[in-house]
Design a protein around this ligand. Structure first.
Ligand SMILES: [Cu+2]
Length: 568
């Protein structure tokens, strides 16, 4: 069992046999029909043009506020067991396996995948300065991978699409935890299959601790006042089994109900005055804008890569796929507060907005405060010191244009290294969504800082460490990062859109980190011929820096010409 709470099936439901949200089933059937029809068109054409068309009629507005029953306790993933080996490494044993999950009281079970259980996986936890070793055994009937999202680590340990784990095999990456306390996560990064593998349930949290965070008076009793919330959108059939997504639009497939830690309509019994929510958007396509139903402040204390310098009072916390937020909510004795998601400001035109989930409302989780709450210390005014990366130190400036399913006009090629970064150097990347559709940007190995958004200093919630950032159309976002010591000429890191359908369709590229002047190998390992598009694989390009008409991505020495001819 992946969770400490009893399975929903073993729980007495106030209304046994009632699957979730039957009241919306008629509309869902209609949407399924429309979705299926467009799915056929999409398969037939496979072009982004169809998506624009889909934007017109692909998905209806969803609103579950006030309709969710909150009939089951929130399952909390257990902390993964570990032991120290002879070399002092913290060892975790994970098994990706098949299972069966009941998502709501009385619902029929759905065939799912999980890690050491039926759905999702345990929360891995390690301290800065520790070496970890994770044995990942693939007990599934097909090849998968396991990526440590947000982790600074050698490329060969990163679990990208080159690090395939065949059925029956065990992959055992090991690395030193060398970054601030943070809420990271793990999930497959299988070439062309990430959406499917994550959607089946392969995901979990990886919480990092350090001394700076431990010294702060923050809620940190896991499962009591420090709660992981892994949020996905799903659609269910009349019996409560997961079914084809109810909506489909430019962002990808959208469910019309929310699942938190694998449960539909969960509640959390809060026993302390303050509760810290570690929220992970593990959805394929949906962006959330979390709010409290009474509009109270959500105190944002951390983002993807660690704690902020100071808590930020937010009425709304927006998370695109892959992003995390640590939020502290203050409760009064005996009250109920519903965590909701309101329409996220995707910044896309109305046509795309509706079918990208930009007008949807959800009830997420009910927080039920006990009559007597244990007193919590006030939130610290200051959290951690974040050393600022300086633009003046940057030795490379790169530009990434997100458009259709391509980055800088190129689709993912497992055999092409798109650029080389130099170890221990600082780079500035300008990220630009020149598409009308929603995209975000995620880079492996490093945490970055946002330098500016549309030329302005970043808002407070974007001033901490980030590894994934939402890119509204036509709003340039500049980020700065520093590469570390890890170099590998043969195994690349990925950068990509974290909307999983886009990523699977090739909205991804690869880079290697090398010592100054070194060159990547020309044939990369791990290509098993499962390219999503077989049209142009014959002549594998040289894996060295490709200047052939793709100069969006380039080194500092030719950075000055980057605006030429791209219609910015
Ligand atoms: Cu995208």
């Amino acid at each position: 069992m992946p969770f400490t709470e009893p399975n929903a099936a073993a729980h007495r439901s106030p209304r046994p046999g009632r699957p979730p949200a039957t009241r919306r089933s008629r509309r869902r059937r209609l949407l399924l029909f429309i979705g299926a029809a467009f799915g056929v068109v999409l398969l037939a054409t496979g072009t982004a043009t169809v998506l624009a068309l889909l934007g017109l009629i692909g998905a209806a507005r969803v609103d579950t506020t006030g309709q969710v029953e909150f009939a089951q306790p929130l399952p909390v993933p257990p902390v993964a067991e570990s032991h120290l080996d002879a070399e002092g490494r913290r060892v975790f044993d994970l098994s990706a396996q098949e299972g069966s999950t009941v998502f709501a009281p009385g619902a029929a079970p759905t065939d799912t995948w999980g890690v050491n259980g039926d759905y999702f996986g345990p929360t891995l936890r390690a301290e800065r300065g520790e070496e970890v070793l994770v044995n990942v055994t693939n007990d599934l009937p097909e090849t998968t991978t396991m990526h440590w999202h947000g982790m600074h680590l050698p490329a060969a340990m990163d679990g990208g699409p080159h690090s395939e784990i065949e059925p029956g095999q065990t992959w055992s990456p090991t690395w030193l935890i060398d970054q601030p306390a943070a809420t990271l996560w793990y999930h497959p990064h299988t070439h062309g299959l990430t959406e499917e593998h994550v959607g089946r349930g392969l995901a979990g949290m990886f919480i990092l601790d350090d001394e700076d965070a431990a010294e702060l008076d923050l809620p940190s009793d896991y499962g009591v006042d420090d709660i992981p919330l892994i949020v996905q959108d799903r659609s269910f059939d009349d019996e409560g089994r997961v079914t084809t997504a109810a909506g489909f639009g430019p962002a990808g497939a959208l469910g019309d109900e929310l699942v938190v830690n694998g449960a539909v309509g969960p509640y959390l019994e809060v026993s302390t005055e303050r509760v810290r929510l570690r929220v992970l958007n593990a959805s394929a396509a949906r962006t959330y804008a979390f709010t409290a139903d009474d509009g109270r402040d959500l105190m944002l204390i951390g983002t993807d890569g660690g704690l902020l310098e100071a808590p930020v009072a937010q009425q709304e916390v927006m998370l695109s796929p892959g992003e995390r937020a640590e939020i502290v909510v203050t409760m009064e004795p005996g009250e109920d507060v519903v965590l909701r998601s309101g329409p996220p400001e995707l910044g896309v035109r109305a046509m795309q907005d509706r079918s990208s989930g930009g007008q949807d409302h959800f009830d997420v989780l009910e927080l039920r405060a006990a009559r007597d709450l244990t007193e919590s210390p006030p939130l610290p005014d200051e959290l951690v010191t974040i050393p600022r990366l300086e633009e003046a130190d940057a030795t490379a400036h790169r530009h990434f244009e997100m458009r259709s399913f391509e980055i800088n006009g190129r689709s993912m090629d497992m055999n092409r290294v798109d650029f080389t970064a130099t170890a221990r150097t600082t780079e500035v990347w300008e990220l630009r969504n020149t598409h009308g559709d929603p995209h975000n940007f995620h880079v492996h190995d490093v945490q970055f800082q946002v330098l500016d958004v549309d030329g302005d200093p970043p808002p407070p919630h974007l001033r901490g460490w980030k590894d994934t950032v939402y890119l509204p159309p036509d709003v340039p976002v500049r980020v700065i990062m520093q590469f570390g010591d890890y170099t590998d000429a043969a195994v690349p890191y990925m950068y990509h859109c974290h909307l999983l359908w886009h990523e699977d369709e090739g909205m991804m590229g690869q880079f290697v980190v090398l010592e100054d002047g070194a060159r990547p190998v020309t044939e990369l390992a791990g290509d098993h011929g499962r390219h999503h598009d077989d049209g142009d694989d014959g002549g594998h390009e040289s894996a060295e820096h490709d200047h052939g008409g793709h100069d969006h991505v380039h080194h500092h020495d030719d950075a000055e010409q980057h605006h030429g001819g791209h219609g910015h």
